[in-house]
Structure formats: structure tokens, C-alpha cells
Write a protein that binds this ligand. Sequence first.
Ligand code: TXA
Ligand code: MG
Length: 324
Amino acid sequence: MNPEITRAVEVLRAGGLVAFPTETVYGLGADAANPEALKKVYTAKGRPRNHPLIVHIASAAQVADWASDVPAAALRLAQCFWPGPLTLILPRASQVSELVTGGQDTVALRVPSHRVAQALLRGFGGGIAAPSANRYGRVSATTAAHVRAELGAAVDYVLDGGACDVGIESTIVDVSGARPALLRPGSITAAQLEQALGAALGAASASSPRTPGTLAKHYAPQTPLMLMEADLVVELAASLSRQGQPVAVLARAARQPIQQGVKWISAPQDPAGYAHDLYTNLRALDQAGCSAILVEVPPLEPAWAAVHDRLTRAAAGSATPDAT
Ligand code: TXA
Ligand code: MG
């Protein structure tokens, strides 16, 4: 085994926290069968105890260790998309800790494809519970440097696998009920899921498992963030900077910065590229010391659904600044 993986496995076995890269975002990992280690995850993130964690496993062969039943739809999705950026919500096995399930009768499972995550899971052998490696409510980490900046000494060991490919969190599908339902959009789209299932997805309902990552305010920078059409971005940025208020912009088109006092990033034009850079871009804009981050709203097309979801949550609760 590679010495870094050996060290990380030792830390997990000793009940410590290991941050590791996945193809989506970095995870803050703990032994999913060790309640004391799980408590440290909640403390390190500042996350409420009733927010359940995803258990990462090396392969679908381990599902039976965590789930009491695997419906046909779950099998089908696992075959099509694992290893990969898909999390399945299944009925929990009785021995699964309440600290993993948040007291619900379901468990979230995922088989990541990233080679470092796979090496860690195979070396460790058991399940690794891992939320995104960020402080509660904040922007997820997509590099090892982001993890250190977010969590510092609260994490015992950080495996560095470079920047994550996908850049936003996994698609979550509830397969514990009568009909599969999409709980969190991600890079695997609703259309891909429906094609694999050969049936339409149901909507998340009041009886769906709670997914606290889908709270209105989440994935948020500290600077107020507003979503708006391109014309308004240009107008408001110009007006705010004229008033001496520095402003940050996440634009889609590769335009020149309008004027001084505007921190401008032109995001990639395609949804995968946009998602890949999203959290790095939001971090950079958040650190620019501006009074607001103005984000040009991406196209309202299904391929952009996951990006829309994250941007809408990042914007929730921010008031539009007065440009007059
Ligand atoms: O891509 C990802 O999914 C990343 C990487 C590290 O795998 N993980 C991640 O974890 O995004 P976290 O904890 O930040 O988000 C997991 C989401 C939360 O919204 C949580 O509420 C939901 O999954 N969740 C976990 N277990 C659940 C359950 N049993 N029922 C419903 N939702 C659940
Ligand atoms: Mg998260």
C-alpha cells in the first residue's frame, strides 16, 4: 500500500478524521462503525447531529452491510452509475449508528470512483462516513488547500488528490420508497437516471427522507451573493463600483472587466466546466473583500439543474444591494 494510504488507514482505525478526495468534492472521513469518531465529524464541521452522513464503500458488494433491503431500482442505478457521483438512500440495516442516519430509518450509500478514495476504502475495508469537508453551510472543498483552510487542525490527516473532477456534490436518489425520487441534483442528471430506470422519477415528498443539505441556505460564501441576468450584472457592478463599493462578479461570457473596483471571473461556458470551477471561483470571489458577489444566472436548461441548485442556495437570504 502507498505510505500515505497506510497512514490514513491507521488514522481511521484509531478513530481519527481523514479528509480525502472524491470525484465530486473532498470528504471528511471517519470510521462509520465508530460512534466516537462520528461525533468528531459533527464537531469539526459545526454540523447539527440530526443531519445524516453518507457512508462511502469500496463496491456495491458491501451494500448489504449497511442496507436492510436493496430494491430493484437501487440495483439498476448502482449497476449503471457506481463507482461514480451517485448516492442512494436505502432502508438502513439495524446496526447502523444513529450518528450516521441522523435518527432516520434510511442510510445514504455511495461508491466513489476517485482512485485515492478507492485505495483508501480498500485499504480500510469498512465503510467511511464522510460529509463534504467544509464548515457547516459553507462552500464545499474541491482541493486539499481548501480543506485545510476550512477545517485546519480539526482534521487529523489530509490526502491530497489534486482538484476534484466534477466539482459539485453527488446526485442523491431516494430508492427507499415506492418510487425513486431525486433529492439532490448533481452531475448525473434526472434524464440519465430516468433512462437507466426506464421510468419517470417521483418528486421528493413530505414522506421522503430529510436531506438537510437541501435547506434553503447552504453552499454559501460569506459575502452576500445575488443571481441576476447579464445586463443587470453589468449595470449593478458599474453602479456599485462608482459608489466606491468594490464588487465581485461571476460572469458566463468572456468579457473584459467593466472597470476598476470590480473583481471579475468569467466562468466556463459548459455546465461541466462551470461546475468543476464553481467552488474555487466562489472562494476566490469571497476572499476579494467585496460588498457583494453578482452571479450571472446560467441557462434554465436541465443540464444546468445542479449548478442552479447550488447557486440558488448560495444566494438564499442575501438582499440585493441598493444601487441607486
Ligand atoms: O459528493 C458527495 O456526496 C460528497 C462526497 C464527499 O461524497 N458528500 C457530501 O456529503 O456532499 P454532505 O454530508 O455534505 O451531504 C450529504 C447529504 C446531506 O444533505 C444529507 O442530509 C443527505 O446527504 N443525507 C445523508 N443521509 C441521508 C439519509 N439517510 N436520508 C436523506 N438524506 C441523507
Ligand atoms: Mg455538504
